[in-house]
Design a binder for this molecule. Structure first.
Ligand code: NAI
Ligand code: 13P
Length: 338
């Protein structure tokens, strides 16, 4: 059934998810805060800064008017950077109160709120009262906009404690190149999504420094141990971390040249300064903020996260990466499990 869907955030992932929904036959309204970007999307059907050489369908609508995007929408998808989720949710509340609508809320962002350390669905639930929305569903997994744009094969997870809502989102997005699995462990899916970006910065740094495949496999494996430890402390089901939104996303983000987190780490490993890396990327590198949140949480909860700590020292205390690696290697011997 054709449904109106509003997509909030017209960067690489938001615009490509909007394209998928359009191709699946829905009436899609992509909201951006940039008039120039909206004009480019509506007139040239391109979004060159984010997805170069890609043609969007002429049936996809872009607008800077949030009310126009949301009016009559059965679902609203957030795909803005984590740091503006609360701000955009507040803007949405104003519009929903005026329109007297109760859409399904979906989000596809990956991170934790700085300061509060809250998960994205918690921030959204805090801002949008339940009389203005239905369930909040999380869409997450190993997926790069550049590959979905090419209709390469991608498998991701739709997570909600309410399985029916997760299934609804599964149905909205599934097609012959995008396959969706449902999961009811929202905490596991959101924490896996957030923390894998931190490990990916480390994997990029190893590459930039010229380390080999053994080092990368070690980082990913011990990184997953840290992700699971912290995620379980949040209340996640440990099994979720061996699924698409856990190890699946960790693998793709630690190995893909499309990953902004991996590329940021790679450039840091090659000696570039963090400020320059951020400036040159021009797109969100979620792992930088998430590293701070994870580091603070680990300290607060007394959880051992040596890799996250090492990455924190490099990003926030200007420590030398090679020295941090040496310190990690010289830690006392440990048991692998536990
Ligand atoms: N790029 C990808 O392949 C994937 C990205 N994600 C996640 O999706 C989220 C968004 O990432 P991308 O689309 O890649 O980021 P991006 O950096 O490509 O684009 C972000 C977009 O958000 C917009 N934006 C920023 N602040 C805004 C505000 N206050 N109001 C309205 N729009 C605002 C920007 O103008 C930009 O268009 C991130 O949390 C990321 O981790 C998840 C899976 C895949
Ligand atoms: O989440 C992603 C892949 O699943 C995107 O990763 P990056 O933000 O590092 O590009």
């Amino acid at each position: 059934m054709k449904e109106k869907v509003a997509v909030l955030g017209a960067g690489s992932w938001g615009s490509i998810l909007a394209s998928v929904l359009d191709e699946n036959g829905h009436d899609v309204w992509l909201w951006s805060n940039s008039q120039a970007q909206v004009d480019e999307l509506n007139n040239q059907h391109t979004n060159e800064r984010y997805i170069p050489n890609y043609k969007y369908s002429e049936t996809l609508h872009a607008t800077v008017d949030l009310k126009e995007a949301v009016d009559g929408a059965k679902a609203v998808l957030f795909v803005v950077p984590t740091k503006v989720i609360r701000l955009v949710a507040k803007q949405l509340v104003e519009v929903l109160s005026e329109l007297k609508q109760k859409p399904l809320i979906i989000h596809a962002s990956k991170g934790l709120e700085l300061g509060s350390h809250k998960r994205i669905s918690e921030v959204i639930a805090e801002e949008i009262p339940s009389d203005l929305r239905r369930e909040i569903v999380v869409l997450s997994g190993p997926s790069h906009a550049e590959e979905v744009a090419k209709k390469d094969i991608t498998l991701i997870t739709s997570a909600c404690e309410n399985l029916e809502a997760a299934k609804e989102v599964q149905k909205l997005f599934m097609n012959n190149y995008l396959r969706i699995y449902t999961n009811t462990d929202v905490i596991g899916v959101e924490t896996g999504a957030a923390f894998k970006n931190v490990v990916a910065i480390g994997a990029g740094a190893l590459h930039g420094l010229g380390y080999g495949d053994d080092a990368k496999a070690a980082l990913m494996t011990r990184g997953l141990a840290e992700i699971s430890r912290l995620g379980v402390a949040f209340g996640a089901d440990p099994l979720t971390f061996i699924g698409l939104s856990g190890v699946g996303d960790l693998i793709v983000t630690c190995t893909s040249v499309h990953s902004r987190n991996w590329r940021a780490g790679d450039q840091l490993g090659q000696g570039k300064k963090l400020d320059e890396v951020i400036e040159d990327m021009g797109m969100v590198i979620e792992g930088i903020n998430t590293c701070k949140a994870a580091y603070e949480l680990a300290q607060q909860k007394g959880i051992e996260m040596p890799i996250t700590e090492a990455i924190y020292h490099v990003l926030y205390e200007n420590k030398d990466i090679k020295e941090e690696i040496n310190l990690l290697m010289r830690r006392e011997g440990k048991a692998e499990l536990g």
